[in-house]
Design a protein around this ligand. Structure first.
Ligand code: HEM
Length: 483
């Protein structure tokens, strides 16, 4: 065969393959944005600059719109249609979509062979952590102060800290470890919270593999098994007179799904799987939010005085020991955190797969069964309909509305609505958001009281963007003692 024949054959095969692979879009379906290169579709332009790619598509084709990425049609919802996906969790499956990118649930099923229920976990977080914050408050503060001392310490001279995410994740992890396992087991708990936990579970798995998680399981079993055995023994001995300890481990030991007389390896695996999943969902996102808020504060001198004065006032009124009411009074700090969450929103996230035969959006666009749907989150976060002409500006005060009669209404960071979907909303709203926001507020309150904090660059350092996800900058923050 000469070159011409080979070329013709290749051309023919490519043509047939393209015909077979060409995505078919039904009438009424959300528009598939036209593309020029077969197979590749929008993959290159999306990966090169996802923010502009999605913005231009939304402007030109409205919402929802679909792109052909990695050989699959993916639909993106914008500010108007995202809530329709988030509200319909019965037919838009989040977990199987996440599992398709990386099989996180399968990893946990290795440990949780007997009982694996995300609804149960969400209920535990809601009822045993977020609703009992009062119970844990002094321990949360103590651990945060310990972490600040350990990682930032005395800064008599200005000290530069780079790559702060690792330090922040350790500070955030201490209260979590305390609540999950109680004060005496913090050290073993922290030893299985890897130093890279703040990146993401996916990175963690890629970097260290399942072997590393099995190693953490072994540490957990070695250190916690004697305590679990002793507590179960005490429960049996004292019966109704047993006083439940104030940590999640004791809650699990008393829960009907976990009640046992035999503490074997399988039982410890079950406990490990559940607690490790909680560690994962709580530390990663909270560290990221604290990191962003710190950079947003440190890069904006115009915010410093007002926010510091609020912290000092609350500190003096509470004699340094904060209650939930004191944290509730930190309105300016709350606005800073909420604005920071808004402005650091991922470009697109929260993948879902449609499990019903088809879905029709309120504007008439339909999508078929099996379609992957991503929420174009920035379309809500920077939308003029929600935030006016200044939607691109960082303005913490936008979360307070003042009325002519002098009344003010503050929409706190824990309040979810159509314009603020960081914690999703409705039935799916993150059950840990009250804990997360309180933890971030306490950490920032203590840091701002103790140090003058500024960015090394003297500017607001831009976020790092990996695909469509945002992460706080790795650049330097300068800490200096106030007195
Ligand atoms: C700033 C910090 C946090 C952010 C931005 C965040 C965000 C989210 C989001 C977006 C979801 C919904 C996922 C879905 O679509 O179903 C979610 C679910 C959840 N979050 Fe959070 N979260 C944070 C902190 C926490 C903390 C501290 C805890 C635990 C103490 C927690 C526990 C959970 C749980 C149990 C779920 C349900 C998990 C599931 O069903 O897959 N979150 N969170």
């Amino acid at each position: 065969m000469d070159y011409v024949e080979i070329f013709c054959l290749l051309f023919f095969v490519t043509f047939i393959f393209n015909l077979i692979k060409r995505p078919r879009i039904n009438a009424n379906e959300s528009p598939l944005v036209p593309y020029h290169i077969p197979f590749i579709g929008h993959t290159y332009s999306f990966l090169k600059d996802p923010e502009n790619c999605l913005r231009e598509c939304k402007e030109k084709y409205g919402e929802p719109f679909s792109l052909y990425i990695f050989g699959t049609v993916v639909t993106f919802t914008g500010s108007e249609t995202s809530t329709e996906v988030l509200k319909n969790s019965a037919i838009f499956d989040f977990h199987s979509a996440v599992d398709k990118i990386f099989p996180i649930s399968s990893v946990f099923r290795i440990f949780n062979k007997k009982f694996h229920s995300l609804e149960f976990t969400a209920r535990v977080v809601h009822e045993e952590i977020s609703s009992k914050l009062n119970l844990y408050f002094s321990r949360i503060q103590k651990e945060i102060l310990f972490g600040i001392e350990k990682y930032f310490g005395k800064c008599e001279e200005p000290k530069v800290f780079r790559n702060t995410s690792h330090m922040l994740s350790r500070i955030i992890a201490r209260p979590v470890a305390n609540i999950l396992l109680g004060e005496c087991l913090i050290t073993p708990m922290l030893s299985f919270i890897h130093r890279s936990f703040h990146t993401s579970f996916i990175t963690l798995l890629f970097k260290f593999g399942l072997v590393s998680i099995v190693g953490h399981r072994d540490t957990f079993v070695k250190r916690c098994k004697p305590i679990v055995e002793e507590r179960i023994h005490q429960r049996k001995k004292l019966g109704e007179k047993y006083i439940q300890k104030e940590d999640l481990l004791d809650f699990y030991l008393g829960d009907p799904h976990f009640k046992t007389d035999v503490v074997d390896d399988q039982y410890m695996d079950e406990l490990f799987g559940h607690l490790y999943w909680l560690v994962f969902v709580s530390i990663n996102a909270t560290t990221k939010a604290l990191g962003f808020a710190l950079f947003d504060y440190a890069g904006r001198p115009e915010l410093w005085d007002e926010i510091y004065e609020e912290q000092l006032k609350i500190h003096n009124e509470s004699n340094g020991i904060l209650s939930t009411e004191d944290v509730h009074k930190m309105v300016k700090l709350d606005c800073l955190i909420k604005e920071s969450l808004r402005c650091s929103t991922d470009i697109a996230a929260l993948p879902h797969i449609l499990t019903d035969n088809s879905f029709t959006f309120s504007n008439g666009a339909t999508i078929p069964k099996g379609r992957e749907v991503y929420v174009y989150m920035r379309d809500s976060a920077f939308n003029n309909n929600f935030f006016g002409e200044t939607s691109n500006e960082f303005q913490p005060k936008r979360h307070i509305t003042s009325y002519p009669n002098g009344k003010t209404i503050h929409l706190p960071a824990t309040k979810v609505d159509k314009s603020f979907i960081t914690f999703v909303g409705g039935k799916r709203a993150c059950p840990g958001r009250f804990f997360a926001i309180n933890e971030i507020k306490i950490a920032l309150h203590k840091l701002i009281l103790r140090y003058k904090i500024r960015t090394e660059s003297g500017k607001v350092d831009p976020a790092r963007i990996i695909l469509t996800l945002t992460y706080p900058s790795n650049s330097g923050l300068i800490f200096e003692n106030r007195n």
